[in-house]
Design a protein around this ligand. Sequence first.
Ligand code: FE2
Length: 425
Amino acid sequence: MNLLVRNATLPDGSTGVDVLAQGGRIVAVGPHLSAPEGTPVLAAEGHLLSPPFVDAHFHMDATLSHGLPRVNQSGTLLEGIALWGELKPLLTQEALVERALQYCDWAVAKGLLAIRTHVDVCDDRLLAVDALLHVKAQVKPYLDMQLVAFPQDGVLRAPNALVNLKRALDRGVDVVGGIPHFERTMADGAESVRLLCEVAAERGLRVDMHCDETDDPMSRHIETLAFHTQRLNLHGRVAGSHLTSMHSMDNYYVSKLIPLIAEAQVHAIPNPLANIVLQGRHDTYPKRRGMTRVPELMAAGVTVAFGHDSVMDPWYSLGSGDMLEVAHMGLHVGQMTSQAQMRACFDAVTVNPAKVLGLEGYGLGVGCHADFVLLQASSPVEAIRLRATRLAVVRRGAVISRMPASTATLTLPGRSSEVDWSLRR
Ligand code: FE2
């Protein structure tokens, strides 16, 4: 599809920029571009044009199941796991597909056009695997889905989990998952990391493990993950998701650990919305935060991508597919309020997860896919502040979603009647 975006502001701060797309790819970026007769025009009117949002960590097999078969009353991780166990036998492929497609609609409307989702492979029927493979194919024209074979109950702890994980990979699941801190012992956790990394190396696949999602400072499977990444030469192809134990670790140990993560080019995927409510639950006061050491990882050159993790499922009763809400929470939990850090939080829901997923043709350069989101904001930081309205979402040069600008009409004496929350100087 062809499209001319007129007068946009880009995330790097450049203004008055036109972007011309032909055949679904960007062919020119610059001021005052001309386009062939009949090219559709999207008037950006100075608003922020960004590459689409990318979610590096999600659970689409559980999403939108809120209330099935009951609501998580306590809001805790343990009740969530119990509830998922109650729900699993009741799942049907049709219902899974329907909920996932509904979530993908929400995602598209929020400018979220690529999602890495874990899919539980501990069920011998592989019901969720087949459902999400079907969804992946169905949404491909408008949303990139990447599936992770996730042994929720532990690849060594649960019967058939390793066999089922390999069956899922044989069916087309993209990435090898794991959950070492959930295995029976620390030794089993380390062994699970070794064997899963070897499965990935043999098959030429990426790795993304739920790793150390606990407040136990001795949960150090990320060290083992970095080691096997190095040993098997999987640099840049491995991610550690959650990594919450790092919050509670001894500083001296972390001063050794982070350089090892950076050396192995292991990516970090914190999930600030879910973990700020799920972690620290055994604490009285002060209560620990459920997020890994994001500023320190970024400073060491580690690629950090924020994930949404859950929306309306057994673990989290909130959420709407809004990656700006994720960035907003990550920024606050990490106390990332310097100008550079706030800007980095926008990268953590756009370019960084695109790198983690290995997306081809992502970005605003010539030759990239013509995929954009037009935000009712003037900068990335303002977009986070306002969780800005997605005025338009573009996929391969075609506008696939539009939303009216967010304004309020006031009826106050002597004051302007339109409020749009931007700061005008
Ligand atoms: Fe997760």
